[in-house]
Design a protein around this ligand. Structure first.
Ligand SMILES: [Zn+2]
Length: 358
């Protein structure tokens, strides 16, 4: 799942359609609303899991929930949106961009509740790699979307051909920067486009800025929960590397305190690893199972549980058949050749273990 990308898409949709808002009641809230809708499924998931209800991760991005959200958007549009069909399409596009880009960056249970299978894969590459690599990739994929929105906004408002051409050239430069992977070129192009937009559209009204802040409150709260989780995950990783399993466990627990949407899975399977190191196998297994229940198809959790089933000699936990099932599924969903090879090794060991039983 992209972290920044959804917001950049929402901002792009808002920029391209701000002119259609006109004097409707949505005017001041439009930019904030578009960004909020682009994060809609995650914002819906957060209070549900925070309330302790068993919800599969990504379920609010399913087709069923998206259809219900579409009806809600339609109702709000009928009440506040004036007569502009463009606003309705824009709001629906902002919501639907979320399942689409989640599917392109890891997969999403589109057919929930009928099937928990993740549909899609990490085609964009933003769901693997370090945080820095992620950030750069997300900017490369999604900054051009905001820039396209700004270009549309400028072309719809300005009467100066020269400004429209300059905006087009900046956008093109941004695309080239994104394509060759140069964040510097992308940043220069974005800055140029912001300048031209400021020139053509004027500064945003104070009321719009204030309204945007108010509308985005839930998103800022979720962002704070994720940042809190990230901070404690990093601290826990340091304890883990130092072999201080108890301290690591406390920090992983703390990472889950505000029930983050993105930070929960790593804190669960890494806690399981700590428990295994401490010899607390029952606790480790329970956490792996919990992680797989909430995040079906989570290959890292499946890998950890398969290793546990394979290597624990206690008959209460030794279950090479389970390891085989877990690894067959994980190999199909592996993100890299290295991952696939690691899962394959465990699968081969588990098959050998089953053969030895006979
Ligand atoms: Zn999502």
């Amino acid at each position: 799942m992209p972290l920044l990308g959804h917001g950049l898409i929402g901002a792009g949709v808002a920029a391209a359609t701000q002119r259609d808002v006109g004097a409707s009641k949505l005017a001041g809230a439009w930019p904030g609303l578009c960004v909020l809708l682009a994060y809609g499924p995650d914002l819906l998931e957060w209070p549900v899991i925070a309330a302790g209800l068993p919800l599969v991760h990504g379920a609010p991005a399913s087709l069923l929930v998206s259809a219900a959200a579409g009806l809600g958007i339609f109702a709000v549009w009928r009440t506040f949106g004036g007569r502009s069909w463009m606003l309705l399409w824009a709001a629906l596009a902002a919501w639907m961009s979320h399942p689409l880009f989640d599917a392109l960056s890891g997969g999403v249970p589109l057919l929930w509740p009928w099937s928990l299978a993740l549909i899609g894969a990490d085609y964009l590459g933003v769901d693997s790699g370090t945080h820095m690599e992620r950030l750069v990739l997300e900017l490369r994929w999604f900054l051009p979307v905001v820039m396209a929105g700004a270009l549309v906004a400028i072309c719809r408002v300005t009467r100066s051909r020269r400004r429209a051409w300059a905006a087009g050239a900046s956008f093109l430069l941004g695309l080239i920067g994104a394509a060759v992977g140069s964040v510097a070129v992308l940043a220069v192009a974005a800055a140029a486009l912001i300048l031209i937009a400021g020139w053509s559209l004027g500064l945003p009204r104070v009321r719009t800025v204030a309204m945007t802040g108010v509308v985005l409150m839930p998103l800022l709260a979720l962002g704070a929960a994720e940042a809190y989780a990230y901070q404690h995950l990093s601290a826990a990783d340091a304890y883990y590397r130092a072999g201080q399993w108890r301290q690591a466990l406390a920090a992983y627990d703390e990472a889950r305190r505000f029930r983050p949407v993105a930070g929960t899975a790593p804190s669960l399977y890494l806690s399981a690893l700590c428990h295994r190191r401490l010899g607390e196998i029952e606790a480790a297994r329970a956490l792996y199972e919990d992680c797989l229940r909430r995040f079906p198809g989570h290959t890292t959790a499946a890998f950890g549980l398969a290793l546990l089933c394979l290597h624990e000699k206690d008959p209460a936990y030794h279950d090479p058949r389970r390891a085989i099932a877990l690894m067959e599924e994980a190999i199909a969903a592996a993100r890299s050749p290295e991952q696939r090879a690691a899962y394959q090794r465990v699968l081969d060991d588990a098959r050998r273990a089953v053969a030895d039983e006979h």
